[in-house]
Design a protein. Structure first.
Lengths: 145, 492
């Protein structure tokens, strides 16, 4: 079906998540990203972006983390981010193989989500839908689906 | 006031605080004129605003046959129009599951919307925004996966204490069989999440179930055990990227009918990407159930279809099945828009029944009957096996949509028996229900609803397959009219 074909390139997330976190400069915002409904299984890959271009795949994430969901770790706090607009991409690597697995027609079969629990339109959620302002203590609670 | 007029006025109000201009008055009057010319059948695509609690239906004709106990689950679209934008195609309304339950001579009706992500998003926005089969949608759509666009509106299968609402391009949606409340999308195996599971599963003589899901020039072939768990799923290549709503099967074969309505471009809605190429002919791909890599390809002149009948193989290897065939896809593109408009002329001719024969020497032929028919159904005791009878809706005429009667066609004798209600009834698909303890093909009832346009009520009818022309043996009437649905299944 066209629907399937058109939304096949939903995410190129795994690649973005393999980048090591740069040293975080000490600034004002402490961003907590939580996945309260995540199953205790595998690992959750989190990438935080600080610009539309980087979020769109041009540059690198500002922060990344890998949560040990199997051990019950379902949230992470990124301390000292510069105040500003951010967006988060995340996926739940249920089988811990380091990849976002897809079905035979190329659709993701492992849960993924974006900040604001934003949903895209036959693709990843846009920066416009996923962006939020981090200032001081900021929490994004995300349901991986 | 019609939704279109309401949105016109809302839009006009947003543009200007001025009083009504002559142009506005003329435009509104034109829309009112359209509303006033709604067709007599428009009730068949009306919106339902909320769930319908279980109600007792009133017996208005005949009496309930002894031994008929069970439930007819039926699915179909029941909400097309929202103030901020509407579905423009019959196939894109929100799915509403109906349960007609017959017990101890009494009938009840209840209906509940499938609680899909699409319906949640569109309820919140007050607008239909999701692209579909023929509805364009807009940039407010929220589609992270194909099931976010799943209307769960096409058909239904029973699965233990659940019924699965089926669509064409996504997962089954499990509902409670007892109260039709929505549970979850069904993932048959973790690595197959979201794979399309089409709306016409075929039940095999061994109790297992076969189904397909297509994506361009490949298809997944599903094989489920009788308990609805997954036995196997394999992806097979197809010789063309054809629009496929149905497939069929014998006891030993899966049969894909690849019509010359082919995907030419990536576009939404689905119909926008399809091109009608009758000169390509129709291809019939036959796969061996025991080894899906064993395949034969047959060629037929091009025709359009949605629905196939159950197939069977004869001793010498000849395969036969029936089809509701028409000359082109104009109904699928334009006719289904007329239905949601609630007025207008449906282009093209109604589908006719035809019998397709695939011979062991590789030849194929197709014999048209003179019988106008759609929604073919057959004896479930003979699914995949030799049979004579096809039950179907009838009475559709050129220009006017929707059937007005029920009929049974006998492929062996060439004879048809029909009952015509008249144009005050929109007749829906009827399912074949074997009589308890009986084995003959005619020892069965047909059970199906209609929309009584004159009374403004949904009715449920039972026919005796052996005496279809005598009309219903029992008719119950609800105190509501639900729009016409698509496909159902009997749970005895």
């Amino acid at each position: 079906m066209k629907t399937v074909a058109a939304i096949a390139p939903v995410l190129a997330l795994a690649a973005a998540l393999t980048v090591a976190a740069p040293a975080a400069p000490a600034f004002a915002a402490d961003l907590t990203v939580a996945f309260p409904s995540a199953a205790p299984q595998g690992q959750i890959m989190v990438a935080v972006f600080n610009s539309e271009a980087n979020y769109g795949g041009v540059g690198q994430p500002a922060q990344v983390a890998m949560l040990d969901a199997a051990a019950g770790q379902t949230s992470v706090t990124f301390d000292g981010l510069p105040d500003g607009d951010y967006a988060v991409r995340a996926f739940h690597d249920l089988n811990g193989d380091g990849k976002m697995n897809t079905n035979p027609f190329g659709m993701p079969v492992e849960p993924f989500a974006f900040s604001n629990n934003a949903v895209g339109n036959m693709g990843p959620a846009s920066w416009e839908r996923a962006k939020f302002t981090a200032a001081g203590a900021t929490t994004q609670s995300i349901d991986l689906k | 006031m019609t939704p279109s007029r309401r949105s016109f006025l809302m839009g006009a109000a947003a543009l200007s605080a001025a009083v009504a201009t002559p142009e506005m008055v003329r435009a509104a009057a034109a829309l009112d004129a359209v509303a006033a010319t709604k067709a007599d059948w428009a009730l068949a695509t009306q919106d339902v605003e909320g769930d319908i609690a279980r109600q007792t239906m009133r017996l208005v004709h005949g009496r309930a046959p002894a031994g008929l106990q069970g439930a007819l689950y039926r699915n179909g679209p029941a909400k097309f129009r929202r103030p901020g934008g509407s579905a423009t195609h019959w196939f894109d309304g929100d799915g509403m599951m109906r349960a007609f339950r017959i017990q101890d001579g009494q009938a009840t009706l209840e209906a509940r919307f499938a609680d899909t992500p699409k319906r949640r998003t569109e309820t919140e926005l007050g607008a239909v925004v999701t692209p579909g089969f023929g509805t364009k949608g807009d940039d407010r759509a929220r589609i992270g996966s194909n099931d976010d666009a799943n209307a769960a509106n096409t058909a239904v299968m029973v699965a233990g204490d659940q019924v699965w609402a089926l669509w064409e391009a996504g997962s089954p949606l499990a509902l409670s069989a007892s109260d039709l409340s929505t549970r979850n999308f069904v993932t048959l195996r973790d690595d197959l999440k979201g794979m399309p599971f089409q709306a016409h599963p075929r039940y095999a003589p061994d109790g297992s179930i076969w189904n397909v899901g297509s994506a361009g020039d490949q298809a997944v072939i599903w094989h489920l055990r009788a308990d609805r768990s997954l036995s196997d799923a394999q992806v097979v290549p197809l010789p063309r990227a054809s629009y496929m709503h149905d497939f069929t099967a014998t006891a030993r074969h899966v049969i894909l009918v690849l019509q010359p309505w082919v995907f030419a471009t990536h576009a939404m809605p689905v119909t926008a990407g399809l091109t009608w190429r009758p000169e390509m002919g129709t291809q019939v791909l036959v796969l061996d159930k025991d080894d899906l890599s064993k395949r034969r390809l047959y060629e037929l002149p091009g025709f359009f279809h949605f629905h196939l009948g159950d197939a069977w193989a004869e001793r010498d290897g000849t395969i036969r099945f029936d089809v509701a065939a028409s000359g082109d896809p104009r109904f699928a593109v334009d006719g289904a828009r007329v239905l949601v408009d609630g007025h207008g002329v449906v282009p093209g001719d109604p589908a006719k029944l035809a019998l397709i024969t695939l011979r062991p020497d590789g030849r194929a032929d197709m014999t048209y009957s003179d019988v106008v028919g759609e929604f073919p159904k057959a004896d479930p005791r003979r699914a995949g096996l030799k049979r004579s009878l096809t039950a179907h809706t009838s009475g559709e005429t050129r220009g006017r949509p929707l059937p007005t009667g029920l009929a049974v066609h006998d492929w062996d004798s060439g004879r048809s028996h029909a009952f015509e209600f008249g144009v005050h009834q929109v007749v829906e698909e009827a399912v074949f229900v074997p009589k308890p303890g009986a084995t003959a093909e005619r020892d069965a009832w047909l059970v199906g609803p209609s929309v009584n346009l004159k009374d403004g009520r949904t009715e449920l009818h039972v026919f005796d397959v052996a005496r279809i022309e005598d009309g219903p043996v029992a008719t119950w009437q609800a105190d509501v009219a639900l729009p016409a649905g698509f496909h159902g299944v009997w749970a005895g």
